[in-house]
Design a protein around this ligand. Sequence first.
Ligand code: ATP
Ligand code: MG
Length: 190
Amino acid sequence: MLGGTFDPPHWGHLAAGLEVRHQLKLSVVLFVVANDPWQKSASAPVTPAELRLEMARAAVEGFSGLEAGASEIERGGESYMADTLQELRARHPDAELLMVVGSDAAAGLDTWKRPEQLRELATTVVVNRAGRSDRRCPEGWPSVSVEVPALDISSHDIRSRFAQGRPVEALVPRAVAEVVRVRRLYGCSL
Ligand code: ATP
Ligand code: MG
């Protein structure tokens, strides 16, 4: 499980997903698109979930073992990874569940909803994020670290690039940029 806002998804997400899948020999890495990323949406507007799902689907297209997950959107409301893991556990009782987070997100895990349940349901996989030296979860989280290609790419930067007409071609898959243009996201002009 690699949860995120994916506003928009980019090569940093894809490189992390592919590397973790390879190193840990996972059958699938699910990019779970948050319906309402409540820790973010309280302070800044977030693109409608259906459009972020459309971009996530476009991003993983053609990569075997990477999939976009809509379960948080189908559930509606604020998105809690604990609910998502619980749902997956019920659907796949024998699967080993892993929750992939960048080191920036890992630092805040104690602020997520029902952390004790998260710790019980999944092992956390912490991936490095360019420009950050921390690689660890807070104390008490069962976790492993995986070194992924350090791509200094963020959705935040990509949104302002679209808005300002600066280059994004090396930062997001072509199919994602196409959705942004067709749907006129991020104030991008054609
Ligand atoms: P924003 O800039 O809007 O916060 P973001 O680029 O951080 O967006 P998210 O959707 O917030 O993207 O990220 C989802 C998950 O992917 C988080 O756990 C985050 O740490 C991780 N992640 C995002 N970008 C990278 C990257 N370049 N390398 C490794 N992990 C990443
Ligand atoms: Mg982020």
